[in-house]
Write a protein that binds this ligand. Sequence first.
Ligand code: GTB
Length: 220
Amino acid sequence: MTITLTAFDRSPDGGMGLARDTRVRWALEEAGLDYQVRPVSSAQMKEPAHLALHPFGQIPTYEEGDLALFESGAIIFHIAAHSKSLLPQDAKARARAITWMFAALNTVEPPILELVTARFQEGDKPWSKERIPLIKDRICHRADQLSSYLGQSEWLDGAFSAGDLVMVSVLLRLRPSGILDEFAHLAAYVARGEERPAYKRAFAAQWAFNNRSAPSKPDQ
Ligand code: GTB
């Protein structure tokens, strides 16, 4: 059955892999599933056809036959639940891997998103200079805790899982701030994720998609 994702028509990051379709592409590559991508412009995201797939008017969405999903975490969970390569078969190990997916999305990612908002959408506000260091402290606190837990382990809980896929994807958003490089264990962990062939294929695919040439104009 054909799998179709939506992604930014052109990601604002120019293909650096930070938009959330990349993590879904990565999960599909790890699971060995083919997919196609439908580009959506910012305006189209707010139109009824897209809102029928995503009530908040965002990307990514996922369509597979008559199943339509939104929220990258839920999409990755769906892919992982049907793949032997992303979630362990053992029930307890599986529950722990799912726990790490939630930890990445609910505990580690929120302050990282706050920083993105504070810098890029609220950077001109008079209180911004005081707020940003507070957010950075919250991020560093979480990063420090995660780094202590991880130590020099390869992955969070034994073999690579969807928990690592989501955690690495979340931590990647820290790189532009320079904070990731302050935590050597986490920087090495993210680098291991980026070295995975499935990640490389996903990154290359989104890069090519975001840097494709514009369709040529018809002859006048
Ligand atoms: N919780 C949802 C999920 O995990 O799927 C969040 C989805 C979301 O934030 N989607 C963003 C979106 O559609 C794109 S990924 N935004 C348009 C809108 O809300 O109107 C977030 C994102 C955007 C841009 C960059 N970037 O340029 O670096 C990185 C990440």
